[in-house]
Ligand binder design. Structure first.
Ligand code: HEM
Length: 431
């Protein structure tokens, strides 16, 4: 690594850790959603009498029915308010009502209701007068504090005398609209909803936090998420008359001993974690290898049970090994290897997921290594059908090196042919 490049990396890593700490401290996680209480339900003014001129609605309130030429049923949505057992107050009706006579009109806006078991009082703004009692309605209120709700039925709407006179004067009505002018109906309630977290639905959406899946193990924060560009592993060979491999519980493969040692060196200041079916063998912190859980496998003797040289096998393993170079701000996770014994096409396939100085590239399933069968020992298993391939040298593929070190990493020391740890595989056909 050039020293300026590594200095920049160190600064970036420090800034990332600081930013994560600040976000955690102030709880500013854009993906986090808190429960929200909203008042819902209708407040309906049915102005049936026609005494107060022609009734219309001020948006977002709306006329849902007309009565004759003048009357109207105006429905508005309830907002806010506090709900008690005996009284609900501060319930707002969105929008308002307009009363008109010819070209003259008067608006009733800013309507706020206080409702008890017998009476609803509606305050609001009328003809320049603010927060005065606009309507009263005697009716039946059913209230609840928990969950907050109020239902008000059979409410007989009236203007107080002062408002009736105000409306008469403004609209030049022949008589003041006194007495019952319609009905009030309210059915408002508090709705507790947990809004759907958009980042949960689509973690890749803009503004959603990028969280490294191995942050706990490695403490290497991700600042961005990249889409892997490496070609997928070549298809598995189709074996002729394959037989299930039996009697195996784990297969050992240490990935690369020099890499393990580098990750836990004082400079890289890292750690190694085996999980999800993989276990580390030997002593911490560098270990001597890993045992991977055997999932299933196929074996073919290709018609020559006594000749192992043309035998093939596919072994699917599970487990994840996370290699952290926390001090160098990168980490690599290698998961679920498949070992393919197939002559010159023998190889190891695995998922490789990396975070290189903050750029997280989710798992790509690639051909990580080629296996050189001739470099190891091939022998028939005794007492059963099957073959053992011992100490088979593994060499990194170009894509394996790129997946571990980074496609654009100029200093990546891994290239085609870099030695990885050898592998020993036993394929027992169980007969
Ligand atoms: C994304 C960042 C980096 C990646 C992917 C990376 C990767 C690697 C790899 C794969 C090796 C070879 C390990 C082996 O022997 O098998 C290596 C060696 C080395 N790296 Fe890095 N490295 C990174 C950052 C750094 C930084 C920031 C420094 C120094 C500040 C550094 C210093 C070294 C040194 C000195 C070695 C040789 C170690 C030895 O042979 O013992 N690397 N690096």
């Amino acid at each position: 690594m050039s020293s300026s490049l590594s200095a920049a990396r160190r600064t970036m890593a420090a800034l990332t850790v600081l930013a994560t700490a600040i976000l955690l401290l102030i709880g500013l996680n854009p993906g986090q959603a808190a429960a929200v209480e909203t008042t819902k339900g209708p407040i309906v003014f049915s102005m049936t009498s026609g005494k107060a001129g022609k009734v219309s609605a001020i948006s977002p309130a709306s006329v849902v029915k007309r009565f004759g030429k003048k009357g109207a049923k105006v429905s508005t949505a309830a907002k806010n308010g506090s709900f008690g057992e005996k009284v609900a107050s501060g319930l707002q009706a969105a929008g308002g009502l307009r009363l008109a006579n010819g070209k003259r009109s008067v608006a009733l806006t800013g309507l706020k209701l206080t409702i008890d078991r017998k009476l609803a009082v509606v305050r609001g703004n009328v003809a320049g007068k603010k927060n005065i009692v606009v309507f009263t309605a005697a009716g039946k209120g059913t209230l609840s504090a928990d969950p907050g709700s109020v239902k008000f039925t059979g409410g007989k709407l009236r203007f107080p005398a002062s408002v009736a006179n105000l409306v008469r004067n403004r609209l030049k009505l022949k008589t003041a609209p006194t007495g019952p002018i319609g009905t009030l109906f309210v059915n408002a309630f508090l709705d507790t909803t947990v809004p759907v977290d958009p980042c949960e639905l689509d973690p890749d959406a803009e503004g959603c936090p990028v969280i490294d899946p191995y942050l706990t193990e490695c403490n290497v924060a991700a600042t961005s998420k990249a889409t892997g560009s490496l070609p997928a592993a070549a298809p598995l060979p189709t074996l002729t008359n394959p037989q299930a491999i039996t009697g195996l519980t784990t297969v050992g493969w240490g990935i690369k001993s020099s890499f393990r040692n580098y990750m836990v060196s004082p400079a890289a200041a890292g750690s190694i974690h085996a999980r999800d079916g993989a276990t580390a063998t030997g002593s911490a912190p560098a270990y001597s290898g890993f045992d991977w859980t055997f999932v299933d496998g196929q074996y073919a003797d290709n018609g020559t049970p006594n000749d192992p040289s043309d035998d093939q096998a596919i072994l699917n393993l599970s487990g994840t090994v996370v290699l952290c170079a926390t001090g160098h701000s990168f980490r690599v996770a290698i998961s679920d290897p498949t070992i393919v014994v197939d002559g010159a096409n023998s190889r190891i396939i695995a998922d490789v997921d990396s975070n290189l100085t903050g750029v997280w590239t989710p798992a790509q399933r690639i051909d990580v290594a080629t296996l050189n069968l001739a470099g190891g020992t091939t022998s028939l298993l005794s007492g059963t059908l099957g073959t053992k391939w011992e100490n088979v040298p593994a060499a990194m593929t170009e894509n394996g090196g790129k997946a571990i070190c980074g496609v654009t990493e100029p200093q990546c020391p891994y290239s085609t042919g870099t030695a990885m740890d050898p592998v020993t595989v036993e394929a027992r056909a169980g007969i």
